[in-house]
Design a protein around this ligand. Structure first.
Ligand SMILES: Nc1ncnc2c1ncn2[C@@H]1O[C@H](COP(=O)(O)OS(=O)(=O)O)[C@@H](OP(=O)(O)O)[C@H]1O
Ligand SMILES: Nc1ncnc2c1ncn2[C@@H]1O[C@H](COP(=O)(O)OP(=O)(O)O)[C@@H](O)[C@H]1O
Length: 648
């Protein structure tokens, strides 16, 4: 007689963030008519790892738990794949209780009961002034914030924060719907239409149209959500063979970051991690992956808090490195991969720890490069072969590539420059027609950077004969920057350089086509400079791209530009900063060569050098701004033009 086998308990599984969002909506009817996962043709799928799927088929169900292990739902899983036709129905065990703004998560039934009669407006980004005006016209509205994983342009919590702020100036209630993205634009669109219709019932739906500017409060929410590249958490991840130079370069880089003193820093060195966080792990493929994932997890948490983590394990497997990149990305950090590509022969020649010899003798199994693979990264931000190079020279490539991203700028550090070269002109008079190169770049030939489309630091081209284009930038382009543009043009005329220089100005925010502010305009009139034809314009990427030099009134304007155009850091200065650089360069360089030199040796854009906003602060403030700008322009314009320098 055979004994009946006891039914197997349903296995537990923690779904992905996207699946958790889907589960919440399936659970309360938000995805109606869908009632389960994996219905034919539906993007609302649930994927189970093979062993969990096998156990679930045997038990007839899987229990979905949240990341802390709380059972949320029981999902029926047919015994055989061919029985999947009807999908996997969901039975709710508990509704999620935690998470920011959870109280705004309502089911369609709750929305119908509490808020019927309002026009429904689906929202996936902070509302612009034009959108607010249009929504205001609609009367009572329900702002349906679509916060699901991968859907909003900003983080779900910032979208709710921005939508609640917008609601304060409208007759609006706010409801959050975790409508996730499934990676298929058409399927997501169709699902979104269906979900919004379900929430709206018989009420009208208003689709927002693009356009307009963010009001100040909402801009602040968005900017806080997306910190400037220089303030974002950063993971600098060195990968390469043992002995390639990862730890040496990582240590040298960290010293520079510490000396600069602007960022908090954590080292996750391969050897050190193995003695602590990963003590006991072997060098099997599985243990190496566990080791790297642990490093990635810690690094991502550091990035989440805005810190810098410098990691230097071998990390031989591409898939694991990609997982770390994803973890850092999910935490809102930037991931910067340095491939220390010193070839095996050189690492083995160095054999600092004597390990290669032991590995060759078969005394260390699974040694990377000898008896265990190293997968070359195809996604490195910079590739450095340290063979035959000094540490400083190799490090300069990393520092340079980092600066190009805007995430960490250390190139101001004069210690990178050979002291013997520090006060020399960068270009000898006889070298004028040669491309300019930075001292640290002279060995660049040995470095491959994967971003082939990056412009070289400075090259001499036919452009050299065109007038040098200078763009002045302030906030509204009605006070400071027009004054700079018009007065600079006058000074260029006085110095006979009108054909060699051209000037324009623009504002980061504010109006288009406005005349100059009256009070500030008076300071120009008293200098005999006409302003009647001047009209303000907004700063655009094209204006920045077209300019050879961008001079801003304040360091915040400079940062505003670099946030979107980090690669332009060598040509964007505050006017005060550029004047200081010109004064301290002690060279006879002019025009583009002066720009190149200033770009390499620029001083800091300290707020001390800012030109404050005189707008609505009366004639005295305008006069003192005018005086200060004139003083700076009389340093900068003649220097650019090659006219006789005025020594302050
Ligand atoms: N089998 C084998 N293969 C490779 N390396 C070995 C091995 N056994 C010990 N070591 C020493 O451990 C250091 C590498 O550890 P990592 O944690 O960076 O390796 S991994 O990323 O998990 O693959 C590595 O240090 P680095 O030289 O700093 O890279 C070696 O000193
Ligand atoms: N340009 C260079 N950059 C980094 N290391 C170099 C360079 N030239 C020689 N080395 C030497 O190579 C060795 C690299 O060792 P290490 O930094 O511990 O490598 P890893 O951490 O990749 O195992 C050190 O002895 C270092 O002095």
């Amino acid at each position: 007689m055979s004994t009946p086998t006891a039914p197997q308990p349903a296995p537990q599984h923690c779904p992905s963030p996207r699946e958790l969002d889907d589960l919440e909506l399936l659970g309360h009817g938000g995805l109606a008519p869908l009632t389960g996962f994996n219905e034919p043709g539906s993007p609302v799928t649930l994927e189970l790892p093979e062993p969990v799927l096998a156990a679930a088929r045997e038990a007839g169900a899987v229990e979905l738990v949240d990341p802390e292990g709380l059972p949320l739902a029981r999902v029926a899983v047919p015994a055989k794949k061919k029985q999947d036709g009807e999908g996997w129905p969901v039975q709710v065990l508990a509704t999620p209780e935690y998470g920011p703004y959870r109280r705004y998560h309502l089911s369609p039934a709750q929305v119908r009961a509490q808020h019927a009669g309002r026009t429904v407006v689906p929202v996936t980004d902070a509302l612009t002034d034009e959108q607010l005006r249009a929504v205001h016209e609609l009367g009572p509205v329900l702002l349906l914030a679509l916060t699901g994983h991968g859907t909003p342009a900003i983080s779900p919590v910032a979208l709710l924060r921005a939508t609640l702020l917008a609601a304060e100036v409208l007759d609006a209630v706010v409801v959050a719907v975790p409508l996730a993205s499934h990676g298929d634009a058409q399927a997501d669109h169709d699902l979104g239409v269906q979900v919004v219709r379900t929430y709206a019932g018989d009420d009208p739906v208003h689709a927002l149209t693009e356009g307009g500017e963010l009001p100040l409060e909402l801009r602040e929410v968005v900017e806080r959500d997306r910190p400037a590249p220089g303030e974002q958490g950063l993971v600098i991840f060195f990968t390469g063979l043992s002995g390639s130079g990862k730890s040496t370069l990582a240590r040298a880089l960290m010293d520079q970051v510490l000396e600069q003193g602007e960022r908090t820093l954590t080292s996750l060195d391969g050897d050190v991690v193995r003695r602590n966080l990963s003590a006991g792990l072997t060098f099997s493929k599985e243990d190496r992956e566990t080791n790297i994932r642990r490093i990635g997890w810690v690094a991502a948490e550091i990035a989440r808090h805005g810190g810098v983590a410098v990691c230097s394990p071998i990390a031989p497997f591409d898939a694991t490195r990609q997982q770390v990149r994803q973890m850092v990305d999910d935490a809102g950090g930037a991931f910067f991969l340095v491939h220390v590509a010193t070839p095996l022969e050189e690492c083995e020649r160095r054999d600092r720890k004597g390990l290669y010899k032991l590995a060759r003798e078969g005394k260390i199994p699974e040694f990377t490069g000898i008896s265990s693979p190293y997968e070359q990264p195809a996604d490195a931000d910079v590739v450095v072969d340290t063979t035959g190079r000094t540490i400083e020279d190799a490090l300069a490539d990393v520092v340079d590539a980092l600066a190009q991203t805007g995430h960490l700028t250390l190139v101001d550090d004069e210690s990178l420059v050979d002291p013997a070269e520090r006060d020399q002109p960068l270009v000898e008079p006889g070298e004028r027609d040669q491309p300019l190169v930075e001292p640290g770049e002279r060995q660049r030939a040995r470095v491959e950077t994967p971003q082939d489309d990056r412009p070289p630091a400075t090259t001499h081209t036919a452009e050299a004969d065109e007038p040098l284009k200078v763009l002045f930038v302030c906030t509204a382009n009605i006070c400071r920057s027009p004054y700079m543009e018009l007065l600079a043009r006058r000074i260029a005329e006085e110095t006979g350089a009108a054909t060699r220089l051209s000037f324009a100005s623009a504002g980061t925010h504010g109006f288009r086509e406005h005349a100059m502010d009256d009070v500030m305009a008076t300071t120009l009139t008293s200098r005999g400079v006409a302003h009647d034809e001047f009209r303000s314009q907004r700063l655009t990427s094209q204006l920045i791209a077209d300019a050879d030099l961008v001079l801003t009134a304040e360091s915040t304007h400079r940062q505003f530009i670099l946030d979107d155009h980090p690669g332009d850091f060598r040509k964007v200065f505050t006017l005060g900063q550029f004047a200081e650089s010109v004064r301290s360069l002690h060279t006879d360089l002019t025009g583009r060569q002066l720009l190149a030199a200033a770009g390499l040796r620029r001083g800091g854009a300290s707020e001390r050098l800012d030109i404050g906003d005189p707008y609505r602060r009366g004639p005295e403030a305008a006069a003192s701004t005018a005086e200060r700008v004139e003083e700076l322009l009389r340093v900068v314009v003649p220097a650019l033009a090659g006219a006789e320098r005025i020594t302050p």
